[in-house]
Design a protein around this ligand. Structure first.
Ligand SMILES: NC(=O)c1ccc[n+]([C@@H]2O[C@H](COP(=O)([O-])OP(=O)(O)OC[C@H]3O[C@@H](n4cnc5c(N)ncnc54)[C@H](O)[C@@H]3O)[C@@H](O)[C@H]2O)c1
Length: 353
């Protein structure tokens, strides 16, 4: 079986969680989107905690309908006290056991796929979130919703880096609206359940997480570049190349997610990402070139039909809230994260995407 993560990264996450992870001892967790990029890390980390750390094992039930899980997701690992159920979160779901946490990470996250599946993208973030909130409410479980930094849309430069209080600049029409608007409604549902029913809800707004395990067919920028490097073909930089992003390495992101799940203040949303550096796509190419033994060729091209244009010009998180309330501090530099990811991709990708 191909490895979709680095053992050293799982060990790093477990070590950085330290004693905080004992809060999961003996608890039961439902994870949706369990076979996606982030979900697979949750499964591996809970498996490792059960094997090596927890006083009493956590029971993790991972759900996925496999719509975008791909070949990586289809290989279900055997992990202690970790179960998998194939199910669409939008459909009714029977649950007859205790429930302590719901982690709702199901979603259609890659712009390439939400262009292909706009209605499914809406449904999983709206109907799926409502179903999972009802389940959490019925069992008095803590509920964590994976929202997105995309809820800020194309930000006013005055509000970059974006704090959680920024209301965003999002279009309700256009190729990205199915994702951005449904994530906004998902957060509104969390707000309603918290205010009306007292459910302990949190929303996480991740900012461009990357790392080993991203599918070659994911079509987000880093797997796209890595596949082209492997195939020895020029990178395609869409639009002007001046659009900026920040990139958060997977270990830093998973630590941030766990801190929200364990310690998030009820009803609150948190940015999770690495604010440094905010770089343009052209600067990202240069950064990759410095890590590579060979020169990197690239072309600046129009957005392909398969990819939603109208993308935000800037994206950078203000993480002071997570820092102050949760003690969140990313530790992996872009250079280090890129080198771990590109090395893994070079060994794993085919270069044919
Ligand atoms: N990775 C990031 O940088 C990032 C950034 C912002 C937001 N997010 C959000 O975090 C969550 C996880 O992201 P990811 O990168 O792992 O995405 P992913 O696309 O790799 O995984 C999502 C998983 O959800 C599953 N899924 C989709 N619809 C479903 C449904 N109706 N029922 C059950 N399963 C369903 C898919 O099959 C897939 O395996 C998503 O909700 C995404 O929108 C991620």
């Amino acid at each position: 079986m191909k490895r979709h993560f680095l053992n050293s990264d799982i060990a790093e996450i477990v070590a950085r969680l330290g004693d905080e992870s004992q809060a999961f001892s003996g608890k039961t967790i439902l994870l949706t989107g369990g076979r996606g990029f982030l979900g697979r890390y949750f499964m591996e980390v809970f498996g490792a905690l059960n094997r090596d750390i927890l006083e009493a094992p956590v029971t993790l039930v991972a759900m996925d309908n496999m719509i975008t899980a791909g070949q990586e997701g289809a290989q279900i690992p055997e992990l202690p006290n970790v179960e998998f159920v194939q199910h669409d979160v939008v459909q009714p779901f029977e649950w007859n056991r205790p429930l302590d946490y719901v982690i709702h990470a199901a979603g259609i996250a890659s712009p390439y796929y939400y262009r292909a599946y706009p209605l499914e993208t809406l449904e999983v973030a709206i109907s799926g979130t409502r179903r999972m909130l009802e389940l959490a409410e019925a069992h008095d479980a803590r509920f964590t919703f994976f929202s997105s930094s995309e809820i800020y849309g194309d930000p006013d430069p005055k509000h970059v880096p974006m704090a959680e209080s920024y209301r965003g600049n999002v279009s309700c029409q256009g190729p990205r609206a199915c994702y951005d608007e449904s994530k906004r409604v998902g957060e509104t549902l969390c707000y309603i359940f918290h205010n009306k029913h007292g459910t302990h809800t949190n929303a996480i707004r991740p900012f461009n997480v990357f790392g080993p395990g991203m599918q070659e067919t994911d079509y987000r920028v880093l797997p796209n570049f890595a596949s082209r490097i492997k195939g020895g073909i020029p990178l395609h930089v869409y639009g002007s190349g001046n659009q900026t992003r920040t990139f958060c390495y997977i270990t830093d992101a998973i630590i941030g997610f766990f801190l929200v799940i364990l310690k998030g203040v009820a009803g609150e949303a948190y940015n999770i990402g690495n604010p440094e550096p905010e770089i343009s796509m052209l600067e990202l190419v240069q950064e990759i070139e410095q890590l590579s033994s060979q020169g990197i060729q690239y072309d600046i091209v129009e957005y392909p039909d398969s990819y939603p244009a109208d993308e935000p010009n800037r994206r950078s998180p203000d993480i002071r809230k997570a820092r102050l309330q949760l003690d969140y501090a990313p530790e992996v530099s872009l250079n280090d994260g890129l080198s771990r990811f590109l090395d893994w991709a070079d060994k794993t990708y085919t270069g044919k995407q």
